[in-house]
Design a protein around this ligand. Structure first.
Ligand SMILES: N[C@@H](Cc1ccccc1)C(=O)O
Length: 418
């Protein structure tokens, strides 16, 4: 979420470690999180945790490799500059396209998920809308904020983040008290588990995506590797802890067989939150969970579309005037909103495709750049990720395997639960 970055930048005196960690955690925690229990239902709890540890490790290391490269450049160098200078124009273009693709498809995923959750909330208030219209309301409302200014996005996301922390702990805290360990460790339903991990892997990768913020952190802290490393480690650990709580809360309350129904209904955010609401003791806590889900997806939408907005303005050379911003807003918001109207329930499919493109810029490219940079500066005493070329190979392999899993799952060659 670039906006948190800007929020942090404006406060000169607040270059705390926690600020950087929150930027990373804030970007990572988003729509991916809502897909985890649904796509993890097949392998269930223990395997989900094992997978998340592995994905966390690889995505942490790829972020650190990106930092390693970034530290050979002046603070303020963009991702685009890093790829151009290390890997050349071909990879620069591939990288840029994959970033733009992820931002666009995530914007669509958020409209789909946002529409679904807004609809779920409105139903509770007795208002019935087609989901595509709810998606439109969600997108237009938030697009307007991005259109006004970056500052407006900053202010509103800061408020949203505060609200998310409070509602997450109230709602999930209560779900954690009610969990049933039998559900977690002795799941019902069919006896095959492990094979379902393959199709779930891409969703794990998306939920640990934050890499666009690494250059922003370098710009923010300057060449201070130890603080940036701590911020990345802490930020990804916070995200990991939130995901574990979320998996415990969902899988400890909804039986494995219950997910078959959620998946049959498309597995969108509103369906999952609806199923959780069904098992929660009080209406008040149910509202907290719904508010949390609304805020989580809305703040991610603002972060991602602001990034896309700035990227497109730069690419097409649109200026900051009212008409320039209107042009940028049009190319930013119209394609994902139209998709949201045509296919209101593509949430999970979109997250899967985001993963496919993210394997390039959040795993493979950072590893390749670090490899290159070590050849260019063999004597450098700047920060180097430990583990040598082996670690680089592991990250590249992780990216390739995850991308392959997505393609195989799309071709219906992998077992998918439900
Ligand atoms: N991690 C974000 C998505 C994301 C991926 C890659 C980079 C930035 C953001 C989410 O789960 O919603």
């Amino acid at each position: 979420m670039a906006n948190h970055m800007n929020a942090a930048k404006n406060k000169v005196a607040s270059k705390s470690l926690l600020g950087g960690a929150m930027i990373i955690a804030g970007t990572a925690v988003g729509a991916g999180m809502f897909s985890l229990p649904v796509v993890g239902a097949g392998m269930w709890f223990s395997y989900s945790i094992i997978m998340m540890i592995g994905v966390w490790f690889c995505m942490l290391v790829s972020g650190l490799l990106l930092l390693e490269t970034n530290l050979h450049f002046e603070p303020g160098a963009s991702f685009d500059t890093l790829t151009r200078e290390t890997l050349g124009n071909f990879w620069r273009i591939i990288n840029g396209l994959s970033i733009a693709f992820v931002l666009y498809i995530l914007a669509y995923a958020y409209i789909s998920g946002g529409g679904s959750i807004v609809n779920h909330s409105l139903e509770a208030a007795g208002i019935e809308l087609p989901q595509s219209v709810a998606g439109l309301v969600f997108a237009l409302g938030l697009a307007f904020i991005v259109f006004i200014s970056t500052k407006a996005v900053d202010r509103i996301t800061t408020i949203m983040l505060g609200g998310m922390v409070i509602t997450f702990f109230l709602a999930v805290g209560n779900l954690l008290i009610d969990i049933d360990t039998v559900k977690l460790f002795k799941p019902d339903g069919e006896t095959s588990y492990l094979p379902y991990m393959l199709a779930a892997l891409p969703f794990g990768l998306v939920s640990f995506g934050y890499h666009g913020n690494v250059p922003s952190l370098v710009k923010y802290y300057g060449k201070d590797p130890s603080t940036i490393i701590k911020a990345i480690v802490l930020g990804t650990v916070i995200a990991f802890i939130i995901y574990v709580c979320w998996l415990v809360a969902t899988m400890g309350n909804i039986p494995r067989s219950g997910f078959v129904d959620i998946i049959a209904q498309g597995g969108n955010m509103g369906v999952l939150v609806g199923a959780l609401s069904g098992v929660m003791a009080s209406d008040w806590l149910t509202s907290m969970l719904t508010v949390f889900a609304n805020l989580a997806v809305a703040s991610s939408f603002l972060g991602v579309t602001l990034g896309l907005f700035d990227y497109l303005a730069d690419l097409f050379g649109f200026d900051e005037s009212r008409s320039g911003r209107l042009k940028t807003a049009t190319i930013t918001f119209v394609p994902p909103t139209v998709l949201g109207l045509l296919f209101p329930n593509g949430f999970l499919i979109a997250i899967g495709f985001a993963a496919l493109a993210a394997t390039i810029w959040a795993a493979i490219v950072p590893a390749m750049m670090a490899y290159k940079v070590r050849q260019i500066y063999p004597e450098s005493d700047s920060f180097t990720v430990p583990g040598g070329t082996l670690v680089i190979a592991i990250v590249i392999l992780f990216g390739i395997v995850t991308g392959a899993c997505h393609l195989l799952a799309m071709a219906e060659l992998l077992p998918v639960y439900g």
